[in-house]
Design a protein around this ligand. Sequence first.
Ligand code: PMP
Ligand code: GLN
Length: 382
Amino acid sequence: LVDEDGHVSSTIFAEMSALALRTGAVNLGQGFPDEDGPEAVLAEAVAAIERGENQYPPGPGTLDLRTAISEHQRRFYGLQPDPQGEVLVTAGATEALAATLLALVEHGDEVVTFEPFYDAYGGLIALAGGRHRTVKLRAPDFQPDPDELRAVVTDRTRIILVNTPHNPTGTVLDRGTLDLVAELAERHDAIIVTDEVYEHLTFDVRHVPIATLPGAAGRTLTISSGGKTFSTTGWKIGWLSGPRELVTAVSTVKQYLSYVNGAPFQPAMATGLRLPDAAFTAIADGLRGKRDLLSAGLSAAGFDTFRPDGTYFIVADAARLGFDDAAAFCRALPELAGVVAVPLSAFCLDRHDPDYASLVRFAFCKRIEVLERAVDGLARLR
Ligand code: PMP
Ligand code: GLN
């Protein structure tokens, strides 16, 4: 959390969004949509405020939202957590992750994640006093080597923290990897924590929650949030579900972090989770064309690109353009191309890891005309 010179680090997203504001460049760094999500969801938040739902809601979240979360998991995955005790509403997926790690990790326990990893994992594991172990996802397909996964999970492992669809690579972990995680967790008596915030943002493959694998549900905490699914990243309503005793432990910590979360947003999320199936596929359908537009633009500009199966991020390699240091490249990119992006090294334990040195993450959750402006700018790199 503190760099070599003793400076408290700010997140890469804060840094890159500030750079975009300062330079007027197109912000493909921090991942957030530039269009509103479903009208019914927005309208329900306004209606809830007008109905006077403006005071503390129940600690675990409103029963109606917990019920909607359970119904959503049953509809899409055949899972059925009990809204009374097996579902907890949190301040985004971030608080679900924070409360989980603080509740379950004892000083020195190991937490295994894939690498690169969503930056909050590193900070939160450190805050919880855990030791962070990683298994690499390498280009071009960003699936882990099974032997490397087997080697890193041991009896010291308290948690295997999975993230699929995966930020920042856009990979959807394959079934073999999920099976192996479940098998290793059982063998070493580890808990699986799975961050599935991009569950509805997949393109040509289906999202498989690890909790649906045979025998996995009993040791798995599943985390998601409404931010990506309903394009409401600023609302910070997330949730977690799993075995009662684990959810109880996490709830105990959560009550001292945020206590409760945004009352009027909870009925709005419940409305969203009850929308017809078409509302869920519409988001990915809209993003697929955007992915293809940006991917083609990056290739035309001279990048090697790695097509993501999910999320709204695409990874590109700047090496062929003559840039070996993606961090330096990203600092120069606003000037060179009028675009802001994020170096993959920001998601790594070793900021100079050669496996990721020239890789850059671009977000494509932006309006077509914004992506076209970015593609025009990137063409100047040629
Ligand atoms: N996990 C991953 C993988 C993410 O990409 C994000 C969004 N930045 C989060 C968690 C945080 O989600 P929320 O905004 O719901 O806290
Ligand atoms: N999930 C988004 C990203 O990875 C936003 C992260 C953030 O702002 N903390 O870009």
